[in-house]
Design a protein around this ligand. Structure first.
Ligand code: FAS
Ligand code: PHB
Length: 392
């Protein structure tokens, strides 16, 4: 069976869904192919922090109503080291804030908007294959309900994440990879416990990094640095809570509220960029093109920024036959990508304990942290990067 559309999008994560929504607002048709079920993608627990520009993009494009009513605007974050906590007041430093709103909520809002507008999202597809990417007449083959199908389109958007098939459809030699793996992972939990702090807390502790975050006035989100090959079986709930209490404790006696653990998972830590982010009629966006360690809370925000650029470039081409936007897509995205890659690497290097770390590196990390909490200029630089830059 053949389906025809203007833009074939592989992946119904934040990148694919927002791209389809932004294209629709420009009168351009698309079809999204997603390997998982709707329920799976709407309940997958991932990112939590939206940059100032991401909030603006979602609100301005008409999908930000719930975000505005349920999202939690934060004026800053806390850095904790030597058992002392220091507030970095982003609003005072750079006049911008962040908003806590779970990635799964963004996904739910975008799916609802697409389906309400008559958008086509084909869930539970298998065996996706891209063809004719350099002939100007691309197509995406896939299987759904046991039937072989073909999506004929003019542009293919690879929004299928780091483990998708789109990036691997680009022939070797047509791109360069830049990557770094980190010698640790994050163990994350979602707990039914009222957040015990009004700001996120990034903690540099001799036992390892810990992060206190949240999802709502009743749900706390927490992370622990663990070994890269950690086995979740080694971390029963009691051990997780005990370790979190130790790594987040302060001289003022503050303690976490504990509660039932609703979800527990491991996230590997890697930096990764493919250049260019395009090949013929294929344009990669989000995790399909780049990965950052989550310490800088950039992953989802980068995905949204990519598709903002891509939607403009596709519209210029399909409506006015202007190719400059598409030809310059990758270079325009990579400026923002590399700024986020550096910031995420810098936050990760500053806040985590490295197994081969010597006393010299430990002193450097403490000096960097002291500099940030004592210098408004250093704090402003962190605030500018963390709250993100205006979309170009
Ligand atoms: P996504 O991976 O979100 O979406 C890709 C979609 O494509 C998925 O729905 C997938 O099912 C689908 N797909 C894959 N292969 C396919 C195929 N062959 N055919 C069809 N569909 C296919 N970022 C943060 O900022 N903070 C965090 O705390 C954080 N935690 C994370 C935890 C985990 C476990 C992971 C994996 C990532 C985390 N991230 C975090 C990063 C994450 O938020 C990404 O940056 C964000 O999901 C990127 O969105 P997309 O590019 O849309 O990719
Ligand atoms: C989260 O709330 O999931 C979160 C917050 C900040 C990060 C990473 C994850 O840096």
């Amino acid at each position: 069976m053949i389906i025809k559309t203007q833009v074939g999008i592989v992946g119904a994560g934040p990148a694919g869904l927002l791209l389809s929504h932004l294209l629709h607002r420009r009168g351009i048709e698309s079809v999204i192919l997603e390997s998982r079920s709707r329920s799976y993608v709407e309940h997958r627990i991932r990112a939590g922090v939206l940059e100032h520009a991401s909030v603006k993009l979602l609100v301005d494009s008409g999908v930000g109503q719930r975000l505005l009513s349920e999202g939690m605007e934060h004026r800053g974050i806390q850095l904790r080291f030597n058992r002392r906590r220091h507030l970095l007041d982003f609003r005072a430093l750079v006049g911008r804030t962040i908003t806590i709103y779970g990635q799964q909520e963004v996904v739910k809002d975008l799916i609802a908007a697409r389906l309400q507008e008559g958008g086509q999202i084909l869930f539970e597809v298998n065996d996706v294959r891209l063809e004719d990417l350099v002939t100007g007449d691309p197509s995406v083959r896939f299987v759904r309900d046991g039937k072989e199908m073909v999506l004929r389109c003019q542009i293919v958007a690879g929004c299928d994440g780091f483990h998708g098939v789109c990036r691997s459809s680009i022939p070797a030699g047509a791109f360069k990879v830049f990557e770094r793996e980190y010698p640790f992972a994050w163990l994350g939990i979602l707990a039914e416990a009222a957040p015990a702090s009004s700001e996120l807390i990034y903690s540099y502790d001799e036992r390892g990094f810990a992060l206190f975050s949240m999802r709502s006035p009743r749900i706390t989100r927490l992370y622990l640095q663990v070994q890269p090959d950690e086995d979740l079986a080694n971390w029963p709930d009691d051990r997780v809570w005990d370790e979190l209490q130790v790594r987040l404790q302060c001289d003022d006696g503050w303690r976490l509220n504990e509660g039932p653990v609703l979800e527990k998972s491991l996230t590997t830590m890697r930096s990764y960029v493919i250049e260019p982010m395009q090949y013929g009629s294929l344009f990669l966006a989000g995790d399909a093109a780049h990965i950052v360690p989550p310490t800088g809370a950039k992953g989802m925000n980068l995905a949204l920024a990519d598709v903002y650029v891509l939607s403009e470039a596709i519209a210029e081409y399909l409506k006015f036959n202007k190719r400059e936007g598409l030809e310059g897509y990758s270079n325009r995205c990579l400026r923002r990508v590399w700024r986020a890659e550096h910031f995420s690497w810098w936050m990760t290097s500053m806040l985590h304990r490295f197994a081969d770390e010597d006393a010299f590196q430990h002193r450097l990390q403490l000096s960097q942290l002291e500099y940030i909490v004592n210098s408004p200029l250093a704090a402003a630089s962190l605030a500018e990067n963390y709250t993100g830059f205006p979309l170009e």
